[in-house]
Design a protein around this ligand. Structure first.
Ligand SMILES: [Mg+2]
Length: 239
């Protein structure tokens, strides 16, 4: 007898690779705003340096989500020999548009989700201030078709680890917490929130990350395909 009726996921760095998606969007934007004399790898490294700094400012609540891309491109304009005439706000808007379209799935995410879908109720609970962007990223990656329920913090004004976003999802599903497994990469947002809501948690320890906080979870996977073994789910390729 199977243990769960639903398998729910975090999105960024669980189903989608945030850094790879950002890099793909960055390449698309610098096709429009070329930086002469520098290789694409150098431009990308500078972009990711600037992006890391602005995301830290956002996490510290010193800037809003809407200011992240503007700040990143303003920093980048100081770092790189971009033309003085480059409109950093236009570049930031172009980046945001490209980011929504250039989502890169984690390895095996598509196959694992397709395998689970139909056997389990599947869904995501994601922190994102712009639900339309997150939905577009899920659609662009092809993952949306294997998701039964999509819950994004920006739609309801509650973010993980607040257990109310997990409870809201349970209400949508008409399920009890014990029927669901939540899979995520963050000990702080995903583990703490899911378990406070009463769900079992599976830590996706991507890239052998050191836990950002203590955890007692026993379900640890290093690749998403291990989830099929953990759940004993049939692989879609065998059906
Ligand atoms: Mg995550």
């Amino acid at each position: 007898m199977r243990r769960y009726d639903a398998v729910l996921f975090d999105v960024d760095d669980t189903l989608l690779d945030f850094r790879a998606s950002e890099a793909a969007a960055c390449r698309a934007v610098f096709d429009l705003y070329p930086v002469t004399g520098l290789s694409p790898d150098v431009v990308l490294a500078a972009f990711q340096h600037a992006s890391d700094i602005t995301w830290d400012l956002y996490v510290q609540k010193r800037i809003t989500r809407a200011e992240v891309s503007d700040q990143t491109f303003e920093s980048l304009a100081r770092l790189l020999p971009m033309s003085d005439h480059v409109d950093t706000h236009a570049a930031a808007l172009a980046f945001d548009a490209a980011f929504a379209e250039h989502s890169v799935a984690e390895p095996a995410a598509s196959c694992v989700l397709a395998s689970l879908h139909g056997w389990y109720v599947t869904g995501i609970i994601s922190n994102h201030e712009h639900p339309a962007v997150q939905r577009r990223r899920l659609a662009a990656s092809g993952l949306a078709r294997s998701l039964d329920v999509v819950v994004i913090s920006g739609d309801i004004g509650i973010e993980k680890p607040d257990p109310r976003i997990f409870n809201y999802t349970l209400q949508l599903l008409g399920m009890a917490a014990e029927q669901c497994l939540f899979v995520g990469d963050s000990i702080i947002s995903d583990d703490a929130g899911a378990r406070e809501a009463g769900m079992d948690f599976c830590w996706y320890r991507r890239h052998h990350t050191t836990p950002s906080a203590p955890t007692t979870t026993l379900n640890i996977i290093q690749s998403l395909s291990e989830l099929l073994v953990l759940l004993d789910a049939p692989d879609v390729l065998e059906r």
